[in-house]
Design a protein around this ligand. Structure first.
Ligand SMILES: *[C@@H]1O[C@H](CO)[C@@H](O)[C@H](O)[C@H]1NC(C)=O
Ligand SMILES: *[C@@H]1O[C@H](CO)[C@@H](O)[C@H](O)[C@H]1NC(C)=O
Ligand SMILES: *[C@@H]1O[C@H](CO)[C@@H](O)[C@H](O)[C@H]1NC(C)=O
Ligand SMILES: *[C@@H]1O[C@H](CO)[C@@H](O)[C@H](O)[C@H]1NC(C)=O
Ligand SMILES: *[C@@H]1O[C@H](CO)[C@@H](O)[C@H](O)[C@H]1NC(C)=O
Length: 425
């Protein structure tokens, strides 16, 4: 009988397991003591290492087998089966992004969602809150069972939690004046550009943002903001009182957002917007959102928990721009911030801001990897993401509806652009 021994060793606990693999007539069995997967006693890194060792040994075994003539095809198939089964644990290899996960965190997240849904349910009990509460109770029981049985699938649980969280966010009461007034939620077409213009300050400034005050009831103010200092920071915004002035680059007023481009209240990156005569932007080199009210000259700051900055999670599909970690957007009803966190594996997170209090009222987590996207924008409470098609064409390929918490992966809405790279949409 052919016997192969797998040696699994713990560095930390100086514990070793000898795992005999045995050839039966048509299979090779290799039993691994499941207690080595016990969680959270065993650190992820070590389990990862063990899976690696186990796979290495299997590869070695496979090599040896290749050199013998005995019943090769059958045994190889069996080995492939074992490898396939080990793949289930493959996610453990992604130590960088996944190491932050653990059971306690799941539990905490579950509690947070539960509390939020409970509150919503108390204010406005309905079918959705009722069904969410019962699903949350089921999920809680499952997490309890994970503790007891040491049997769990973090990925499945994380996905479930993300889905529950998004549904909870969407059924949270949104004040009436926040509700989208759009008749049709998902857009179907984008026209050709109606304005093509160089910035009025300098051709050497290739990154920044421009637009019209996004609040519908606001005066029609037009603005442009150029990033200086390595296309990274800025401290002034150029304001125009009419479309004609904006197009002719005349009668403008340069407003100071901060005293210099390296001030702590200076702007970082090209995610800036203007809403209600207030500039919303990422504060200089921190994971914080700043708002600067041009009317009152008051600056406010707010921390954006877990947001990656300094090119950790930029938009980066092709022809990438730097310093696009945090993207502020506004639609007719609200201000939104689009970013990515380690906790959501670098996937896009979208939060709704109360523009006056400058605090976050809702947060949804998508499954869209931020680096796979050129840029995003919001319309009618729907997040849209685009990807590069060619130098002169871009395509909207994804949408996330915050009203329902649903992702739409089937869009294909092409539109024209004037150059390959996009700093802000
Ligand atoms: C599995 O390993 C643990 C600790 O390493 C040991 O206490 C337990 O008896 C083992 N179980 C089996 C079935 O070998
Ligand atoms: C591996 O073998 C098991 C037990 O024989 C079988 O149930 C399973 O379907 C096989 N898996 C693959 C991927 O072939
Ligand atoms: C839900 O909220 C109510 C009132 O705030 C509270 O009495 C109750 O204990 C909460 N339930 C849970 C499960 O947290
Ligand atoms: C900015 O200040 C003006 C004047 O006080 C106020 O009406 C407006 O609501 C403020 N906007 C924001 C977003 O803070
Ligand atoms: C945001 O701030 C306002 C005013 O300070 C407060 O009433 C509200 O509860 C806050 N909302 C959240 C979600 O913290």
């Amino acid at each position: 009988m052919f016997v192969f021994l797998l040696l699994l060793a713990f560095i930390g606990t100086v514990e070793a397991q000898r795992v005999p693999g045995q050839q039966k007539t048509d299979s090779c069995l290799c039993k691994i003591n499941s207690s080595i997967w016990t969680f959270p006693a065993v650190q992820f890194m070590e389990v990862t290492r063990q899976v690696q060792i186990c796979e290495d040994n299997l590869n070695e075994f496979e090599e040896k087998l290749r050199n013998t003539n005995a019943e090769l095809p059958m045994m190889e198939a069996t080995l492939q089966n074992i490898s396939a089964r080990l793949k289930t644990f493959g996610y453990l290899h992604t130590s960088g992004l996944y190491s932050a996960l653990h059971l306690r965190q799941l539990n905490q997240e579950l509690e947070d969602i539960h509390q939020s849904v409970n509150e919503t349910h108390m204010q406005n009990p309905n079918k959705e809150t009722h069904s969410l509460l019962s699903e949350l109770n089921k999920a809680k029981n499952d997490v309890q069972r994970m503790y007891i049985d040491d049997f769990f699938n973090l990925e499945t649980m994380k996905k479930r939690l993300r889905d529950l969280n998004n549904r909870a966010q969407s059924c949270k009461t949104i004040p009436n004046d926040f509700r989208s007034t759009c008749h049709q939620r998902i857009m179907t077409r984008i026209s050709s550009p109606s304005i093509t213009k160089l910035n009025s300050i300098s051709k050497s400034y290739i990154s920044g943002a421009w637009g019209r005050d996004a609040q519908l009831s606001s005066k029609k103010r037009y603005w442009e903001h150029c990033l200086v200092s390595g296309h990274k920071h800025g401290n002034t915004i150029r304001m125009y009182n009419s479309y004609e002035d904006f197009m002719a680059s005349r009668n403008y007023k340069d407003e100071q957002i901060a005293s210099s481009y390296s001030d702590k209240n200076a702007v970082q990156g090209s995610g800036t917007i203007l809403y209600d005569n207030t500039v919303f932007y990422q504060c200089y080199s921190t994971a914080e959102i700043c708002s600067f009210n041009i009317t009152t000259k008051v600056t406010k700051r707010m921390k954006l928990d877990g947001a990656g900055i300094d090119n950790k999670f930029p938009f980066c599909y092709y022809s990438c721009r730097d310093w696009t970690d945090i993207d502020l957007e506004a639609d007719q009803d609200a201000v939104w911030v689009i970013y990515a966190t380690e906790e959501n594996h670098g996937n896009i997170v979208v939060s709704r801001l109360d523009p006056l209090a400058l605090n976050i009222t809702h947060t949804w987590k998508t499954q869209l990897f931020k680096r796979s996207v050129t840029s995003t924008f919001m319309m009618c409470g729907v997040l849209y993401a685009t990807r590069f098609v060619n130098t002169y064409q871009e395509e909207v390929f994804y949408a996330f509806d915050t009203t329902t918490g649903q992702e739409i992966n089937t869009l294909s809405l092409p539109f024209e652009k004037v150059s390959a790279g996009i700093a802000n949409l």
